[in-house]
Design a protein around this ligand. Structure first.
Ligand code: CU
Length: 392
């Protein structure tokens, strides 16, 4: 369904992102993934809480992946770098990993492999950071001024406004960009794949097409909490993913997976492309954020929830319980990353601290201190943890 295009095309928003230094102490972790039960998990933290040196280390490692040669170019000649490898895998599997019950499992495995490549191939010694979108949801300007977009200690910002996005599949009223990202560490990187399912070599820039109104409308703490109030995984998963069958902007009110894709990618940006979205390095922070929500949900009742895998095995085969085409996924359902990784039953990725994965998420919250104009880490109180997890 087409929505009327708003007059925001006239209001080219040019956010001035202020990048404040963060100086919280480095946390030292030892990586012990594989070979027995996880002992010293890597701890993933919110981007803005990383000390600047750690932010730089992460960005440098991503840039390193963007220079290493692809491993899949014999299958996908358009894939030139290791960074492209990951985008290529997502493009080729996109139609079987979204709007299905294994969405969360597959993306957990995918982001973990990316983190592993950064560490093992690019000398990165930290954990995959995540993006907590709720921190930027107070207003449109909060979204536009997020430290995530900082050109020096973040991922660069929006593209300049272009009138025609050339995307016949999405109509996002209130989009504000669409051109090549002009600043930040990735403005010079040439992507090679997409749009959508295309894996032919197609050199292109990183594009963003911010739709900032989506942030306060879809990504507040109250809305992101809604799926957490579901006790069964299939409903949690459905609400988090969106399940929106039709293209366009009609996301479920709690779809914290889809909303940031559209808020960042709009019509023209890679992030809004369900196939090619990993072309934007912010994809991995976004999906770590999605993974963290699932991790929080699992940890409310680990006994039950670390074994709860349900939801359709065939795309859009809703409603649950009586999926008429393919039935539910099970713990034995297999997930893989084509040439990049072994196929594993999805029970292997249920526990982030199991015998394959070995990471967790920091139990802290980011608080903005207006006097120092800095984000600082504070401990999460038990009540706050309960509230976020929807235990009451
Ligand atoms: Cu995806």
């Amino acid at each position: 369904m087409q929505l009327p295009r708003l007059l925001t095309s006239l209001l080219f928003l040019s956010p001035l992102v202020v990048c404040h230094a963060v100086t919280s102490p480095d946390k030292k972790e030892v990586y012990t993934a594989g070979g027995g039960k996880c002992k010293n998990p890597l701890v993933r933290r919110e981007w803005r809480l990383l000390p600047d040196q750690e932010k730089k280390n992460y960005i440098d490692a991503v840039k390193c992946l963007q220079t290493l040669p692809a491993l899949t170019s014999n299958v996908v000649p358009g894939a030139i770098t290791r960074f492209d490898d990951f985008q290529s895998i997502h493009i080729r599997l996109a139609e079987i990993i979204h709007n299905v019950g294994l969405f969360h499992h597959w993306h957990r495995y995918f982001v973990w492999f990316y983190e592993k490549a950064l560490r093992e191939e690019c000398g990165y010694n930290g954990a995959q950071p995540y993006w907590d979108w709720t921190l930027d949801s107070a207003s449109e300007s909060a979204f536009l001024n997020s430290p995530i977009w900082c050109p020096t200690t973040g991922f660069g910002g929006n593209g300049p406004y272009i009138n025609e996005s050339g995307n016949p599949f999405l109509s996002i009223p209130g989009r504000t960009g669409g051109g090549c990202v002009p600043d930040g560490p990735f403005s010079n990187y040439t992507l090679h794949l997409g749009p959508r399912g295309s894996i032919a070599k197609n050199p292109q820039c990183l594009r963003r097409d911010f739709a900032p109104f989506i942030s306060p409308l879809r990504l507040t703490k109250e809305l992101v909490r809604l799926p957490h109030c579901e006790k069964a995984f299939d409903w949690y998963d459905f609400k988090a993913q969106a399940g929106a069958r039709e293209a366009g902007f009609f996301l479920h009110e709690s779809s914290f997976h889809s909303a940031p894709h559209i808020a960042v990618g709009g019509e023209a940006g890679q992030m809004g492309d369900i196939y090619a979205s990993p072309g934007d390095p912010i994809f991995y922070l976004h999906h770590a954020g999605v993974d963290r929500e699932w991790w929080k949900w699992q940890n409310v009742d680990p006994e039950t929830r670390l074994k709860d895998a349900r939801g359709p095995s065939i795309r859009f085969d809703f409603p649950f319980g009586n999926n008429f085409r393919g039935g539910n996924i099970t713990l034995e359902h297999e997930i893989g990353l084509l040439e990049l990784a072994p196929v594993v039953p999805l029970r292997k990725v249920m526990d982030t601290e199991g015998d394959l994965l070995c990471y967790s998420y920091a139990k802290e919250k980011a608080v903005y201190d207006p006097t120092t104009e800095k984000w600082v880490a504070e401990e999460l109180s038990a009540e706050e943890e309960d509230w976020e997890a929807c235990k009451n």
